[in-house]
Design a protein around this ligand. Structure first.
Ligand SMILES: NC(=O)c1ccc[n+]([C@@H]2O[C@H](COP(=O)([O-])OP(=O)(O)OC[C@H]3O[C@@H](n4cnc5c(N)ncnc54)[C@H](OP(=O)(O)O)[C@@H]3O)[C@@H](O)[C@H]2O)c1
Length: 328
């Protein structure tokens, strides 16, 4: 099968389109004929050699797929060859065929295209898991969502708007993307290039109360402003560390305010855990995609042969929402 391969680790120049062996579905898995996948920031980190796939998963890049079921592995029931599906995969999305666990599959609603479906699993499930299942955001709460135009962040904004509409959303964003972030329903947008310490603005906006949940992928640089922005019993959920991994923490303040810091990764979770997360997402969030309350935001669709351009676009932070890679 045709697939994107890595010629060593490094910049976009290591991405090569070539031939790889078609995977065989194991117990509980299906073979998906991939129509589309999307680019996620962790793919760039894996390409650089800093984010290896979990043991047993494909070395090929790609954390999600949309397509049709081509074959069923042993022990799979409830699915048929030809079904339109989207799924999280531990790796292998940038290829004509990928294996996925049957428990991680979601049926693509009739109203949704394969390109849109290719955007749902990694970004929206990451946002859903961390903002709601782990962060415990409730309607009427206040939240900070960092990284205005990113895939996970735009997903978080759309999910909050659809599922907890009375929630106040504070978003940090690049100035070029602030207007569009506002258009997605953010109540306050902060220019992160001008205001690296956003805590004073947050205090003013919340009447000194602070926020209930923060979704953060910036890491070290934002630890202090995040903790200063968090209210009593607030939860800081860290899903990335783009600015560094070490920072100082005021433990006394954290203790007195009963705050929690929670680290979270989706990819390396056990298969069963991911199945439970997918089931909860299917029950709670998927109906909002089916009725088009939530429509994935696609910046651009590239073909498999244009994978270098797709990675370049993300590397240069030129996108708003998702970048799709059309496979077939
Ligand atoms: N733990 C997990 O399970 C998990 C799963 C998926 C992704 N992630 C992590 O989540 C992050 C986002 O992934 P993605 O696929 O959505 O990538 P993405 O589309 O490239 O989004 C990243 C965004 O980060 C924003 N950003 C850059 N510097 C910032 C700063 N100083 N303050 C606030 N925002 C800043 C940019 O926002 P603007 O657009 O406004 O410039 C950019 O769009 C990555 O760090 C990724 O590794 C974690």
């Amino acid at each position: 099968m045709k697939a994107v391969l890595l010629d060593g680790f490094g910049g976009i120049e290591v991405l090569k389109v070539g031939e790889a062996a078609r995977p065989v579905p194991a117990e509980g898995q299906v073979l998906v004929k991939v129509v589309a996948t999307s680019i996620n920031r962790p793919d760039l980190v894996q390409r650089e050699g800093k984010y290896p796939p979990p043991p047993g998963d494909s070395e090929i890049l790609g954390l999600e797929v949309s397509g049709t079921i081509e074959d069923l592995g042993p022990g799979v029931s409830g699915w048929q060859v030809g079904d339109r599906v989207m799924s999280l995969v531990g790796g292998g999305g940038y290829a004509e065929y990928a294996v996925a666990y049957a428990s991680h599959l979601m049926r693509i609603p009739e109203s949704m295209s394969f390109e849109e479906a290719a955007c749902v699993c990694e970004s929206y499930i990451t946002a859903f898991l961390n903002v709601f299942m782990i962060g415990g955001l409730k309607d009427g709460n206040t939240t900070i969502l960092h990284g205005g135009g990113g895939g996970v962040n735009t997903a978080a904004l759309q999910l909050c708007k659809a599922l907890v509409p009375a929630t106040k959303m504070i978003v940090t964003a690049h100035p070029s993307k602030m207007e569009r972030v506002k258009g997605l329903g953010a109540d306050l947008v902060i220019d992160y290039t001008q205001t690296p310490d956003f805590s004073e603005v947050v205090k003013e906006f919340t009447g000194k109360k602070g926020v209930d949940v923060i979704l953060d992928h910036v890491g070290a640089k934002y630890l202090a402003p995040n903790m200063n922005s968090l209210g009593y019993a607030g939860r800081l959920v860290i899903i990335g560390v783009i600015s560094g991994i070490k920072a100082e923490l005021n433990l006394a303040l954290m203790m007195v305010k009963r705050q929690q810091i929670i680290g979270s990764v989706l990819r390396s979770r056990p298969v069963k855990d991911k199945g439970e997360i997918v089931a909860e997402f299917t029950r709670t969030a998927l109906p909002k995609f089916a009725d088009r309350t939530i429509v994935p935001i696609i910046e651009k669709v590239f073909t498999l042969d244009q994978v270098v351009d797709a990675h370049r676009m993300m590397e240069e932070d030129k996108h708003f929402g998702k970048i799709v890679l059309k496979i077939s």
